[in-house]
Write a protein of this length. Sequence first.
Length: 454
Amino acid sequence: MPGVIQLRTEVPGPKSRALLARRGQAVPRGVPAVTPIAVVHAEGAVVTDADGNRLIDFGGGIGVVNTGHRHPSVVAAVKDQLDRFGHVCFPVSTYEPYVELAERLNRITPGDHPKRTFLLNSGAEAVENAIKVARSFTGRQAVVCFEHGFHGRTNLTLALTSKVMPYKKGFGPFAPEVYRIPFPYCYRCGEAGKRVSGEGTQVGGAPCCMASRERLEQIFATTVDPTSVAAVIMELELGEGGFVPAPKEYVDELARFARDHGILFIADEIQTGFGRTGKLFACEHYGLVPDIITTAKSLAGGLPLAAVTGRADVLDAPQVGGLGGTYGGNPLACAAALAVLDAMEAERIPERAARMGEQIRRRFCQWAARHACIGDVRGLGAMVAMELVVDRATKAPDKALTARLLAAALDRGVILLSSGTYGNTVRVLAPLTTPEAVIDEGLEAIEQALEAIV
Ligand SMILES: Cc1ncc(COP(=O)(O)O)c(C=O)c1O
């Protein structure tokens, strides 16, 4: 059977190169061009570039199209909404798609307590607002976040984001009262780090040396007084930080510590959300019911939309007029999100993600058995990654090899992304609707790329 990859020119071809040249003259270099291709069409998991090359998209717009590019019911819902009205501003006039989406998110997020949801435009905006709400409710100012965490690029979220280059360098001063503690990154942490490659971190896997009350108390003793902390914000599996899932026992211990000190637990599910980990939310792997949950990315299948969902008493704390914005919960984005959530249920997308994750993990582990440059294979469901190292003993990150692998995969028709503080993690964010045969075709191309460069 012919595959879906079709290459008519080298990648990038002349038309992509021409647009990239115009971009270089019109757009500041700070906005990165992670791949050098210009896109003219995208459908499902296939992206067509300006030169007519068809590529498999293992990046999914950085985790935004879990339901695939141009999911038919998302396209139909947006067109239908546009035929009614495009914008009235929710703080000015109420419309049903916003209210229905809030009801829906209140119902499907973990926990059956009374909840509220309000809508925003981007992940960073959701995180900013989650912190505002937590401060308003607790009357406390401090926020605790994690090494390797990523929460956005606005001033407060940059303070929460860990990685200096390229995100923070030159952009200070950052928002005050933000305290960073170590993330339980087992592969790069003492005893658990001696695990054999391919046994990547799983929830309930190797015991975590940081998962004790005593250890948490030690950490807080030299960081911040817990009674002044409004919230701890955590990605249960680091996204930009390199697809590192936290061990369950650590999350249990942290959640207990937070509860005992009146600290709210904010789960940032912006990248882990909407089926990616094999469950609708990563929290479900941990039995965690967070006080607040932030979502964005795949919520609206490609339209800009983000949400803050949480305990009704917490979210009702800010005064009338304290929350909102001009575009937050735009009707087109709400219509798209309702169609996305319908598709998640009807097409059993989280279950498909779990199967896809197994398919990818199996293949990554086979490669790890042959190539010592693969130091770790890990991740929940289809949020799978491999970490490339110079050698397994030193675990020195191999950022250059990672860049070569991504380029070689693109040459063979696969859009692939890296992540991680050290830039040496190859991650998969393919649409969760991608057929098994297409995932196989993409993996085959990556395997050829790997064999060609090591
Ligand atoms: C976990 C997490 N939080 C927040 C953000 C910021 O989202 P946005 O880029 O929509 O502002 C991201 C983006 O990658 C993310 O992965």
